[in-house]
Design a protein around this ligand. Structure first.
Ligand code: GUN
Length: 303
């Protein structure tokens, strides 16, 4: 039997529709649109592709979209100066510094400099700390986990009582906040990582298995409990043999062809979690913009 297909494109489109409406309403009320500033340093082509889709989507949502592309040799001081200026700019409601930064720069110092109210990535200690202490309401929740959670809600509803969830990966950007959101929804959570013993056995115990490891097709059907919900956060570019052409295709961390035969529900790559990240970034920017005017955004899809 084949698993239920969890359509991230469809869910993200409904988030984007609500955000676009909320953005227009804010402009009608205040004369001001939500403003998103995206900062990218260096020349990594994959990061540039992500950033340009974020900027384009911001425009589609009716935002004031600003992109700052800085050269590879930008100094820590120059980057921090830009973030300080964006913090002080009232036309900017959300600031996103695309990661990874070139190795000469310290990402933590930059992330912690972003005002918590404008930290639409939810990575600042204030926002990360709010999730850790169970406050999912007054801060900003990291976009990819928030989006993955919306997909999980589609399958299981909002109360995950009695379900075992396993997250593979423990990054600040994804694994840690994902584990905390699942915990807040009453799941029994295991955060697995590269040092976990018997990883396959740990994963096979999961009713909800979330993979964020960055290794193409690592999760095989033998890792999956029959009927489990599988959320694939991996975006890996694999070369495909095509004569002279250097083409690539996107594959997840899950071996989809195998997993679809055993899982109960599964996200595809592309078209699963990926579109949700951008949608939740737009939602966070709208939430931040409403708050900047002392208002509450009319968005009701919080994780
Ligand atoms: N790089 C890959 N994903 C993300 C993300 O969600 N936010 C930022 N800032 N950088 C990323």
């Amino acid at each position: 039997m084949s698993a239920q297909f969890i359509d991230g494109k469809q869910v993200s489109a409904s988030v984007i529709a609500a955000v676009t409406e909320a953005s227009a309403l804010l402009e009608a009320k205040t004369g001001i649109r939500p403003g998103l500033a995206v900062v990218i340093v260096g020349n990594d082509p994959a990061s540039h592709a992500y950033v340009s889709s974020k900027s384009k989507m911001a425009e589609r949502c009716g935002f004031n979209s600003i992109q700052h592309s800085l050269p590879e040799d930008t100094s820590q001081e120059q980057l921090e100066k830009l973030v300080t200026e964006l913090n002080a700019d009232p036309s900017v409601d959300g600031i996103l510094v695309q990661l990874p930064l070139p190795s000469s720069l310290d990402p933590d110092a930059v992330i912690h400099l972003i005002s918590p109210e404008k930290d639409v990535d939810g990575l600042n200690v204030v926002n990360a700390g709010k999730i850790a202490t169970g406050d999912l309401v007054t801060g900003l929740v990291s976009c990819t986990p928030a989006g993955a959670m919306l997909l999980i809600n589609r399958v299981h509803g909002h109360d995950l009582s009695g379900l075992r969830a396993v997250v593979i990966g423990r990054s600040n950007l994804f694994g840690k906040p994902m584990g905390l959101l699942l915990l807040a929804a009453n799941a029994t959570v295991t955060m697995a990582h590269s040092k976990t013993k018997d990883l396959v056995a740990v994963c096979r115990d999961a009713d909800i298995l979330v993979a964020a490891v960055g290794r193409p097709k690592m999760v095989k059907s033998t890792w999956i409990k029959p009927g489990a919900t599988v959320i694939d956060v991996g975006i890996n570019r694999m070369p495909i043999a095509d004569g002279e052409n250097q083409k690539t295709r996107l594959v997840g961390d899950v071996d989809y062809a195998e997993a679809v035969e055993i899982a109960g529900a599964i996200t595809p790559v592309p078209g699963g979690v990926g579109p949700m990240t951008i949608a939740m970034l737009m939602a966070n920017t709208t939430i931040a913009a409403y708050r900047a005017h002392g208002l509450v955004a009319p968005l009701n899809f919080r994780p």
